[in-house]
Write a protein that binds this ligand. Structure first.
Ligand code: NAD
Length: 341
């Protein structure tokens, strides 16, 4: 049994912790938190051993009546691997702690790529993480794009990708984020950081990205143009691309009969089907949007920023420890989580 620690029990951390408990080959040693808020109470209610992330805050947990199993130091020591799901930049500060215990660590997309041995996406470069000590599971947007580019690259070759990312202003719980009433080119200067981030997974891919931020919290939406390799043997039809994408385990092809016109209905769809927290782990591609004009492919996809990286973290654990190959790991993760809509 792989002993997994989760350091940082917020939006990503609590989802990863839940997913780890579903895995037949993993055990959650515990989760570390900085403050005794409602999420700390949730961890306790779930029976997850709770560790203090910051030693001089232990008394706050005592005062709140929340029992601690120990400090983050002890948690890391007891684990085979740590999933660091702390806010951007804190993962880098935590790296010496993991090194001191010789415990391999996964970091999230908010960390710099040069913090780690390799960036990771289960569909695109699983094997690169084997035996690595420090691995970054790429951001929600980069995960969504990597899952899309991997099959396109394999089937047709990609000459050039151009993506406009319409990004949610903040997560539903991030009351300090915005904009509230605006549409912001973000960043104004091109390219946005997303293209270079995709290149941490596909080093040779030619990609330009533009970003916007909008007053929405539910999901991101990508407007994608992929110029397929003109030297390939004939261009695929739109239907052939649809069939290719439908084969992908972490892609949900939205059909016109679903009558889903945006993120609101997508979330409703997930909630109606009993998904925990209404999570959509899959890329959500509008089937009707898939179009091929000469050698250009176009489509829209929606990405649930709070959850698409969760199965990727589970797979990255097995990749780092070398306990399963990519296919086996993805299949086990998908089956236990209930992937597929
Ligand atoms: P979050 O703020 O929801 O959760 C972070 C948690 O870590 C909080 O509970 C916070 O109290 C805790 N924390 C703060 N300092 C800590 C410390 N020193 N030790 C332990 N815990 C500490 O953040 P999040 O949205 O879950 O993001 C975490 C990482 O995941 C970031 O790198 C982010 O870029 C990345 N990510 C976020 C999203 C998203 O949309 N939310 C998507 C993909 C990747």
């Amino acid at each position: 049994m792989i002993q997994v620690a989760v350091n940082g029990y917020g939006t990503i951390g609590k989802r990863v912790a839940d997913a780890v408990t579903l895995q037949p080959d993993m055990e959650l040693v515990g989760v570390a938190k900085t403050s005794p808020n409602h999420e700390a109470e949730l961890a306790a209610e779930n029976g997850y051993p709770l560790y203090a992330a910051v030693e001089d805050r232990i008394e706050l947990f005592d005062a709140a009546g929340i029992e601690l199993a120990g400090t983050v130091d002890e948690l890391v020591d007891a684990a085979d691997i740590v999933v660091d799901a702390c806010p951007s930049g804190i993962g880098a500060e935590n790296r010496p702690l993991y090194e001191a215990h010789d415990t391999p660590a996964l970091y999230q997309g908010g960390e710099d790529a040069d913090l780690v041995d390799t960036s990771f996406n289960a569909r695109a470069n699983y094997a690169d993480a084997e035996g690595a000590d420090h691995v970054r599971v790429v951001s929600c947007n980069t995960t969504g794009l990597s899952r899309l580019f991997a099959p396109l690259e394999e089937a047709y070759g990609v000459e050039k990708a151009r993506v406009t990312l319409v990004r949610r202003g903040g997560d539903p719980g991030q009351t300090d984020r915005g904009p509230i009433n605006d549409i912001l080119p973000n960043p104004v200067a091109l390219p946005s950081h997303h293209g270079p981030d995709v290149n941490t997974i596909f080093p040779d891919l030619s990609i330009d990205t533009l970003g916007l931020k909008v007053p929405a919290t539910l999901m991101h939406t990508h407007s994608v143009n992929v110029q397929l390799d003109p030297d390939a043997d004939g261009m695929p039809s739109a239907d052939e691309v649809r069939e290719l994408l439908a084969e992908e385990d972490r892609t949900f092809m939205i059909q016109s009969r679903h009558d889903i016109d945006g993120a609101g209905k997508l979330k409703e769809y997930a909630l109606d089907r009993g998904r925990p927290r209404g999570d959509l782990w899959e890329n959500c591609v509008w089937t009707e949007s898939v179009s091929v004009e000469d050698d250009d492919l176009y489509l829209f996809q929606a990405i649930h920023q709070e959850s698409d990286v969760v199965p990727e973290n589970v797979d990255a654990i097995r990749a780092v420890l070398g306990t399963a190959d990519a296919g086996e790991s993805r299949e086990r993760t998908d089956e236990t989580m209930g992937m597929g809509l």
